[in-house]
Design a protein. Structure first.
Length: 150
């Protein structure tokens, strides 16, 4: 399953809609110059997760509107990107193994995460346990994997 990516065309259109130059966006999000933002818009590079919420804010869109597959209900990776976290940062902030986060984002496994894991993820993502569980269920449904209770 592919990771969510920033849709360069959506970023470009949103930037133009708010009347900003590449350099202005670069300055606000904290990158060296507009060439980096241009590379994101042309799909040559992907921004680091920490830049995604900053980009969304500067172009006045929700994070999910900048992602390929927009309009879909958020998956766990979307919640993480909206918070501007890498997978490693999410794991550290939640106090759970990185492999667990990775497996949950990829829809691997069939067991419902325990309440402690859901609570830790929800706290790290500033979200509710129900939203985190729904995001996990969604990615597993995309894979054709159904959850079962422990």
């Amino acid at each position: 399953m592919a990771n969510r990516r920033v849709d360069g065309a959506a970023l470009r259109q949103a930037r133009l809609n708010v009347g900003l130059t590449l350099s202005e966006v670069a300055e606000v999000v904290g990158v060296a110059d507009g060439a980096r933002v241009g590379a994101w818009e042309h799909g040559l590079e992907q921004p680091r997760p920490s830049f995604v919420p900053k980009l969304a804010k500067v172009v006045n869109l929700p994070v999910t509107a900048l992602l390929v597959g927009k309009g879909l209900k958020p998956r766990l990776a979307d919640l993480r990107l909206a918070k501007g976290l890498t997978l490693t940062e999410l794991a550290a902030n939640a106090g759970i193994p990185r492999t667990t986060c990775h497996r949950l984002e990829q829809g691997v496994g069939i067991r419902t995460p325990d309440q402690a894991t859901l609570t830790a993820l929800a706290s790290a993502l500033d979200s509710s346990r129900d939203a985190v569980l729904a995001a996990i269920v969604r990615v597993r449904a995309d894979r054709g994997t159904n959850l079962r209770s422990n």
